[in-house]
Write a protein that binds this ligand. Structure first.
Ligand SMILES: [Zn+2]
Ligand SMILES: [Zn+2]
Length: 187
């Protein structure tokens, strides 16, 4: 193979890689490949909370659903089992030391799924973690709800993004994350 052909090959494969990287970055962004089967969701809390407390806590996941007309969160009239957005708030200690929260995905019948699947319901857990104050726990509720709505972690040092990992003393969804959610669900 001549030197010129070799060089051309290297240059073009670099371009292909660069294109793949750019397209790949855009296509995947900071969202999961999986999502809820439909965005018409009903909420229910595990445990017993006053309707006043439930209303206060629901403000946090609703920071996401308020951003897209494709996501609707209304109260489940039936039992917890039939609710599609299920909240477990401060009910259990972290299963692993330091863990703030976790989100689990399921079929309608309750079989476990992963973030690459199409889930019918999700359970959002905020653990009773003694390292976290009330604001930190509210931030975790927004964060975990973000996972239920297909938001993945992001890492932009210096930015106040709710999908960053760790303790957060803010509960807002950033403009960047708003656009990511709309990219996934539509406006
Ligand atoms: Zn970020
Ligand atoms: Zn997370």
């Amino acid at each position: 193979m001549s030197k010129i052909i070799k060089r051309t090959l290297i240059v073009s494969s670099t371009i292909v890689l660069l294109l793949f990287f750019l397209v790949g970055n855009n296509a995947f962004a900071n969202t999961f490949s999986g999502k809820y089967t439909t965005g018409n969701l009903t909420w229910k809390f595990a445990g017993s909370y006053s309707s006043e407390t439930q209303k206060k806590l629901l403000k946090y996941p609703k920071k996401w659903t308020a951003l897209s007309s494709k996501l609707n969160l209304t109260e489940e009239g039936n039992s917890y089992k039939y609710s599609r957005f299920r909240v477990r708030y401060k009910l259990t200690k972290p299963p692993t030391s330091g863990l703030l929260g976790r989100t689990f995905f399921f079929t309608k019948e309750g079989s476990s799924l992963t973030y690459t699947d199409r889930w019918w319901k999700a359970t959002v857990s905020v653990y009773n973690n003694s390292d976290a104050n009330t604001t930190n726990k509210h931030a975790t509720l927004v964060h975990e709800a973000g996972h239920a709505f297909s938001m993945a972690h992001c890492n932009h040092p210096g930015k106040k993004h709710i999908m960053h990992q760790g303790l957060k003393n803010y509960t807002s969804v950033s403009t960047y994350e708003k656009n990511e959610l709309i990219g996934k669900w539509g406006s």
